[in-house]
Design a protein around this ligand. Structure first.
Ligand SMILES: NC(=O)c1ccc[n+]([C@@H]2O[C@H](COP(=O)([O-])OP(=O)(O)OC[C@H]3O[C@@H](n4cnc5c(N)ncnc54)[C@H](OP(=O)(O)O)[C@@H]3O)[C@@H](O)[C@H]2O)c1
Length: 232
């Protein structure tokens, strides 16, 4: 059944692949993007099923405005797909020049989904079958060296998913934390240890999301862990 879904980070990468797939599946989509011109020439540039709206994840008022515009256009919100996120190699003993980096990551990766979920919550509850899919990461489940700012943002995001599931369950809201390792997008462009074609492909994640949205509330997994490499 088609749903009305908000997707953040749809301008490129995983979010764009998910939006492209879900548009083809027949869902109504509201895409939160910083630069709508990035979608020119793609299937996501314009469609009667589609709203493009400005969205800056670190600005709470932006979440409120996007939710309001989505409700005005579609009259409902059945789901959120949190894809906007930033990566950084800022580590535990960050240099003075990196001092603001952890909080920048927490603002986008944690508080972005938190503010957006908070703004959309009454509509998700009203849906009776609301869904929240969040691009967390394997870095939200285990820590490898050198990524303290990113890992702490994603562990906290994982906790946020648990909070949303606990508080939304009785209203029919189901929450899935999607936890990939490296995915072949710009975010992983600097990774040399794994050839890009051996990374998880964004279109394959999009196919998983398509399936998740087709499942009944009684069969929604809490977590989807996907790694292109053996996790030791
Ligand atoms: N790629 C991986 O290996 C990987 C693995 C595990 C988890 N993830 C997670 O998956 C999600 C998507 O990653 P990706 O690989 O698609 O990354 P990406 O290709 O770098 O795309 C990031 C997306 O987030 C948006 N974004 C970044 N900062 C934003 C902000 N302040 N406000 C609004 N939008 C913002 C970007 O918009 P602009 O185009 O405007 O910059 C872009 O659409 C992220 O949460 C990431 O942490 C990625």
């Amino acid at each position: 059944m088609p749903r009305t879904l908000l997707i953040s980070g749809a301008s490129r990468g995983i979010g764009r692949a998910i939006a492209t797939r879900l548009l083809a599946d027949g869902h109504r989509l509201s895409l939160g993007v910083r630069s709508p011109q990035q979608l020119e020439g793609t299937p996501l540039a314009a469609s009667p099923q589609l709203l493009l709206h400005p969205y800056e994840a670190s600005a709470p008022a932006s979440a409120e405005a996007w939710v309001a515009a989505s409700v005005e256009r579609f009259g409902a919100i059945d789901g959120l797909i949190h894809c906007a996120g930033v990566f950084s190699r800022t580590g535990l003993l960050f240099g003075a020049e990196e001092a603001e980096e952890p909080e920048r990551l927490w603002a986008v990766n944690l508080m972005g989904p938190w503010w957006l979920t908070r703004a959309a919550w009454p509509w998700l509850a009203r849906s009776g079958d609301g869904r929240i899919l969040t691009l967390v990461s394997m870095s939200g489940k285990r820590v490898k060296g050198g990524l303290a700012a990113y890992a702490t943002s994603k562990f906290a995001l994982m906790a946020l998913c648990d909070c949303m599931r606990q508080e939304g369950w009785d209203a029919g809201i189901r929450v899935t934390a999607i936890c990939p390792s490296w995915v072949n997008t710009e975010m992983a462009a600097a990774v040399k240890a794994i050839p890009r074609q051996e990374m998880t492909q964004p279109e394959d994640l999009a196919a998983q999301v398509s399936l998740l949205l087709a499942l009944p509330a009684s069969a929604v997994p809490f977590e989807l862990a996907i790694s292109c490499q053996l996790e030791r």
